[in-house]
Ligand binder design. Structure first.
Ligand code: CO
Length: 215
């Protein structure tokens, strides 16, 4: 059986099972959406937003791209943000990166001539890596450097989102959180919580990273 056909059969099975478990599920879904969270994640197939947070259809408004980048000059990203914040009125914007990110790793390597779009997309990541060159150079392994840059990238996207007018000029601005997903254990680590005690959270997260690296 070809893959699309298998997927369609799985869809039929899922629709039946879901309706069987909750007869009102699809009628409710059809009435409209009111997600409380905008998820900005990596396009990587291993980090599906709903699956890793045990969320359901209707829970998350999702935007994914290579290396979970927020770019104010990109109408795709901006239209999602604008709609989520101004129309859906989400309470939270979560930037979720992940360790082992190919996009982040690529930004530390020479450009690939057959990937002009990717090169353009990850240019801000290359610049971020340059800005943190000294810290990153402390890691001898490329993968460790990429993992630290993946964390710095999440924090950078959080910073950019928090200062953007669409976010900060709303009467009650949504909280912007920075998370990172571990492929090795499936767990999410909080890098920036969005809450008032963020300094503590960030400090705890950094201490955790440091102790993991020392181990
Ligand atoms: Co990725």
């Amino acid at each position: 059986m070809n893959r699309p056909k298998r997927m369609l059969l799985e869809n039929i099975a899922w629709a039946h099972e879901t309706a069987h478990a909750d007869a009102q599920f699809f009628p409710r879904l059809a009435q409209g959406q009111s997600p409380k969270v905008l998820w900005i994640g990596c396009a990587d197939s291993r980090v599906p937003a709903e699956t890793v947070t045990n969320a359901n259809p209707g829970d998350l408004f999702v935007h994914r791209n290579i290396a979970n980048l927020f770019s104010a000059s990109d109408d795709n990203t901006m239209s999602v943000l604008e709609y989520a914040v101004r129309v859906l009125k989400v309470d939270h914007v979560i930037v979720c990166g992940h360790y082992g990110c190919g996009g982040v790793r690529a930004s530390l390597l020479p450009q690939s001539s057959d990937l002009p779009h990717v090169n353009r997309r990850i240019a801000p990541l290359c610049a971020l890596g340059q800005r943190h060159r000294h810290e990153l150079d402390a890691f001898s392994e490329l993968d460790a450097r990429a993992n630290r840059l993946a964390e710095l990238n999440v924090l950078e996207q959080v910073r950019l989102l928090r200062q953007h007018a669409i976010v900060c000029e709303r009467d009650e601005p949504p909280l912007v959180h920075g998370w990172i997903f571990g492929l090795h254990d499936g767990l999410i680590k909080v890098l920036a919580s969005g809450y008032a005690d963020e300094g503590e959270t960030q400090h705890a997260a950094r201490a955790q990273v440091a102790s993991l690296q020392a181990a």
